[in-house]
Write a protein that binds this ligand. Structure first.
Ligand SMILES: Nc1ncnc2c1ncn2[C@@H]1O[C@H](COP(=O)(O)OP(=O)(O)O)[C@@H](O)[C@H]1O
Ligand SMILES: N[C@@H](CCC(=O)OP(=O)(O)O)C(=O)O
Length: 359
């Protein structure tokens, strides 16, 4: 059965567009562009999140092993991104399609003004039938300022633009119920259940040029699907994969979009300016919220209720250094929250279904 999407995000991993010898796979990139042009012709808006800057840079310059790893990555990405975007630009041009370069950092999602600027920019590009080609700005995002990987970035873009689907292209046919290299393992075609413990059968190993690995893909896919956006994980090295996924003909993994909580979560995700209260949480609570499991904010991890709020208000969560972590809807008011703060076995202040994390 074909999927009837109007706006999709396509994420292409480094492995898909890099040959085993580390050089960019121009034939593969060209084949993907052909399919995107076809999809666009079907009236679907496409936003491309493409990795490959570092890999591209590696094909242009050789760097001594002695150099600092961060500086090397900056150097390779800075050179490689130019080549990557030029390749896309030339290939799209054959179809009379304009593409644009959008480089972003994690900070752009934290700051409301940056967030809105970025959203407005992407919307205006789409209105003008341009395909935005997004990548992390690897030149300035280093260490803790980095996204886990471009899967995380693609997930944030999908929710920011209220896309109907996110297609993640990697170098395996989807998520296997065991080691993908073993004949007994098979692809999980449909995932509807948010409680699956992927860590029990997905190994933490990464592919040759990948950054996050399959575990982070599953975590992000679950979060995005919970927001009401379908996530497809498919093999970008298979011919016609994009058009076949959309036509419902490809073997791959699909995380079914949650229909119920979606409207609310998406609204919360964009409701930061409406936030009244602020609660500060400790590191343990922070780890729990950002773990793969769907966790609600429990009073035991609250160390301070900084401003007053009522039940049903949108409130902000900050860490011990006052860094914004997310927003959600309060299940009860600030008075009760102050009474419960630090106590075990109390009712969640923010239920997971009404929680939006900004990372
Ligand atoms: N159960 C599993 N199902 C699918 N892939 C898995 C599994 N366990 C580990 N992997 C590995 O995850 C890799 C893909 O993740 P990643 O390296 O992040 O790719 P990308 O560069 O596309 O983001 C695959 O090459 C595969 O070897
Ligand atoms: N921004 C980096 C890619 C980082 C990344 O997440 O890569 P991948 O795991 O292959 O999607 C680059 O362009 O090289």
């Amino acid at each position: 059965m074909a999927f009837n999407y109007r706006r999709i995000i396509i994420k292409v991993g480094s492995n898909v567009i890099t040959r085993p010898d580390g050089l960019p796979d121009n034939e593969r990139i060209s084949h993907l562009v052909n399919q995107i042009a076809d999809i666009k012709k079907q009236g679907i808006e496409v936003i491309l999140v493409s990795s490959g800057a570092v890999a591209s840079g590696r094909s242009l310059i050789s760097v001594s092993e002695k150099n600092n790893a961060v500086a090397t990555r900056q150097l390779l990405a800075s050179i490689g991104q130019v080549k990557l975007i030029n390749t896309y630009s030339q290939l799209f041009e054959r179809f009379g399609i304009l593409c644009s370069q959008v480089l972003v950092t994690k900070e752009d999602f934290r700051d409301r003004l940056h967030y809105l600027n970025m959203r407005n920019c992407l919307e205006i590009l789409l209105q003008h039938h341009v395909i935005p080609v997004i990548n992390e700005n690897d030149v300035v995002s280093v260490t803790e300022l980095m996204f886990t990987d471009n899967d995380e970035l693609a997930g944030l873009i999908a929710s920011m633009l209220s896309a109907e689907a996110l297609i993640v292209l990697t170098n395996v046919n989807g998520i296997y119920n065991g080691d993908p290299k073993l004949a007994i393992s098979s692809v999980l075609t449909e995932i509807n259940d948010n409680e699956i413990d992927f860590a029990s059968f997905v190994s933490s190993g990464k592919s040759q040029f990948g950054r996050g690995g399959m575990i982070t893909k599953t975590t992000i896919a679950q979060k995005v699907a919970k927001l009401g956006i379908a996530v497809h994980i498919a093999n970008g090295t298979t011919d016609n994969i994009l058009t076949d996924v959309i036509a419902g003909k490809a073997l791959h993994t699909r995380f079914v979009a949650n229909k119920k909580a979606s409207g609310k979560k998406k609204w919360i995700a964009h409701a930061e300016t409406a936030a009244t209260g602020v609660v500060k949480i400790n590191d343990g609570a922070k780890t729990a919220l950002f773990s793969a499991k769907a966790s609600s904010l429990l009073p035991v991890g609250i160390i301070d209720v900084q401003t007053d709020f009522k039940k049903g208000d949108v409130i902000k969560i900050v860490d011990e250094h006052n860094k914004a972590l997310g927003i959600g809807i309060a299940e009860y008011g600030s008075e009760k929250a102050r009474d419960y703060a630090g106590q075990k076995k109390q009712r969640a202040l923010i239920h997971y279904d009404y929680l939006y994390l900004q990372r």
